[in-house]
Design a protein around this ligand. Structure first.
Ligand code: GLU
Length: 424
C-alpha cells in the first residue's frame, strides 16, 4: 500500500487529474510501492510575492510559484506561465507532466513549472519587465543552468526570457545564457526554438496521418488556441498541405470550411491583437470549434477543455494535444470506449518545445551555435525515436497511446530514483 502523508497544498482538479494518470500508469507497470510516492509527488515548491510599481505610482503585489517535481534525472526543466487563473496545484500538475515528457523523449532533465497569477495583457511593457525581473530575483537561489532551467509557457515569451536571463546574469556577475531557454536569438536563443512546439505537433500529425493512411493534403484541421503553439502548428500544417478550417483565441474563433489563410490571420492579429472580427471566416465559439467535423483537432491552449460533456461529441479522427493536459480523465475514458479517435498525448505531441530548449541549452553551454536546418533535423529525429518507442510500448502491452507514453516516462524516472537510492 502506498502511504504518502501529503497535505492539501496542491489540491485542485488538475493536480488530481495528473495524479490519476500517474496512478493508472504506475498500476499498469506494477511500480513498486517503495518508489511510487517518491516518483509521484513534487520534490519541492517555492511561493513568492512580487511587488511591482505600476505606472500610476501605486504598487501591486503578485503571487508566483515554481514547482520542481523531479530533480533526480538532471536539472529540472519547464516553462513559466503568466495567467490570471494560475494556481499552485496547476503548476504542480504541469511540473509533473514536464517530468514524464522530458523522460519520455530522453532528455537529461527533471521536470518543473512556474507560474504567476497575472493577466499579462493588463500590464504595460515596463510593468511586465519589472514583474519578470522580480520573479527571477526571488527565485535566483533556486534556479541555474545545472539546477532548474525555465522557458516560456502560456503568457510568456522570448522577451520575458531575455529579461529573466539578464537578471540572473547580473546577479551571478557574468553572462549565463543557459539559465533560461526560449530567449531571443541575440541573447543566445536557438534557431528554430520559437516554432519548435508547433513544428513538432505538425510533424507528429503528419506521421500519424500516414499511419492512418490519410493523405495530409485531404486533411481538415481545427485548432483551439492561437498563441505560439496554435499559430506555429497552423503554419506548419498549412505548409504540409492540410486545410485549416477553424482557429480560435480567448475571444472566440473563426471558421471557414474552404480553409483559412493562416498568414493573413497572423497579419490581422498583429494589429487587431485578437482574432475576433477577422473577415476571412465566420465566427464560431471555442466550444463549437472543438466539436467540428474535421480530420485533426488540436487543442493548443489550456488544460481540461475536453471533458465528459463534449468528448462524446468530438468529430475528429485524430486528437493532437498541443496543450498540456487538455483531456480530462473522464473524457479520456469516453474516447477510449469510442475507439474511433486516435490520440497523440500531450507529453509526446508538444515535446518539440522542450527538445529544442535542450538544444538551446547545449549550444549555450558549449558556446557553439547551430543552423536552423540542423536544429529541425535533430528535432524530427528525436520525435521519430519517441514516437517509435511509444508505438512499440502500445503494441507490446496493448495500452492506449497515452498510457504507453506515460508508462515509458514514469518508468525511466522511477528507475533513476531507484538506482540513486534513498538517503540516508
Ligand atoms: N512550456 C513548454 C512545455 O510545456 C516548454 C518547456 C521548456 O522548453 O522547458 O513543454
Amino acid at each position: 500500500m502506498s502511504k504518502a502523508i501529503i497535505s492539501s497544498l496542491y489540491d485542485s482538479d488538475v493536480f488530481k487529474m495528473a495524479c490519476r494518470q500517474f496512478d493508472q500508469a504506475a498500476d499498469a507497470i506494477s511500480l513498486p510501492d517503495a518508489i511510487r510516492d517518491r516518483t509521484k509527488y513534487p520534490r519541492r515548491c517555492m511561493a513568492v510575492t512580487l511587488p511591482v510599481r505600476r505606472i500610476d505610482g501605486s504598487v501591486t503585489v503578485f503571487e508566483g510559484y515554481r514547482v520542481q517535481h523531479n530533480v533526480s534525472t538532471g536539472p529540472s526543466k519547464g516553462g513559466i506561465r503568466f495567467h490570471q487563473d494560475v494556481t499552485i496545484g496547476e503548476v504542480a500538475a504541469l511540473a509533473m507532466w514536464m517530468s514524464w515528457k522530458c523522460s519520455l523523449v530522453g532528455l537529461p532533465y527533471g521536470g518543473a513549472k512556474g507560474g504567476v497569477i497575472v493577466d499579462p495583457k493588463q500590464l504595460s511593457e515596463s510593468e511586465l519587465e519589472h514583474l519578470s525581473r522580480r520573479y527571477m530575483q526571488e527565485m535566483v537561489n533556486f534556479l541555474g543552468p545545472h539546477t532548474d532551467v525555465p522557458a516560456p509557457d502560456v503568457g510568456t515569451n522570448e522577451k520575458i526570457m531575455g529579461w529573466m536571463m539578464d537578471t540572473y546574469s547580473t546577479h551571478v556577475g557574468h553572462l549565463s545564457p543557459a539559465v533560461v531557454t526560449g530567449k531571443p536569438i541575440a541573447l543566445g536563443g536557438s534557431q528554430g526554438r520559437r516554432e519548435a512546439t508547433g513544428a513538432g505537433v505538425a510533424y507528429l500529425v503528419k506521421k500519424y496521418l500516414e499511419d492512418m493512411k490519410i493523405p495530409i493534403t485531404k486533411a481538415t484541421v481545427a485548432i483551439q488556441g492561437f498563441g505560439n503553439v496554435g499559430s506555429e502548428t497552423a503554419l506548419a500544417l498549412e505548409g504540409y498541405g492540410a486545410k485549416i478550417i477553424a482557429i480560435s483565441d480567448y475571444t472566440g474563433g473563426v471558421y471557414n470550411p474552404k480553409g483559412i489563410n493562416i498568414k493573413k490571420a497572423l497579419a490581422y492579429l498583429q494589429y487587431a491583437k485578437v482574432l475576433k472580427d477577422f473577415d476571412g471566416a465566420e465566427p464560431i465559439s471555442n466550444e463549437a470549434l472543438l466539436e467540428l467535423k474535421c480530420t485533426v483537432l488540436v487543442p493548443a491552449a489550456l488544460e481540461r477543455v475536453i471533458h465528459d460533456k463534449n468528448a462524446p461529441k468530438l468529430k475528429c479522427r485524430l486528437l493532437a494535444e498541443g496543450a498540456n493536459g487538455p483531456t480530462t480523465n473522464a473524457a479520456d475514458k469516453i474516447l477510449e470506449q469510442r475507439g474511433d479517435i486516435e490520440i497523440i498525448p500531450d507529453v509526446l505531441c508538444n515535446s518539440g518545445g522542450v527538445i529544442v530548449s535542450y538544444f538551446e541549452w547545449l549550444q549555450n553551454l558549449s558556446s557553439f551555435y547551430w543552423g536552423r536546418d540542423e536544429v529541425l533535423v535533430k528535432l524530427f529525429a528525436m520525435l521519430d525515436k519517441a514516437k517509435e518507442s511509444v508505438d512499440a510500448q502500445q503494441r507490446k502491452f496493448k495500452f492506449s497511446r497515452r498510457l504507453a507514453a506515460l508508462t515509458l516516462g514514469i518508468a525511466r524516472v522511477a528507475e533513476a530514483k531507484g538506482a540513486r537510492g534513498l538517503f540516508p
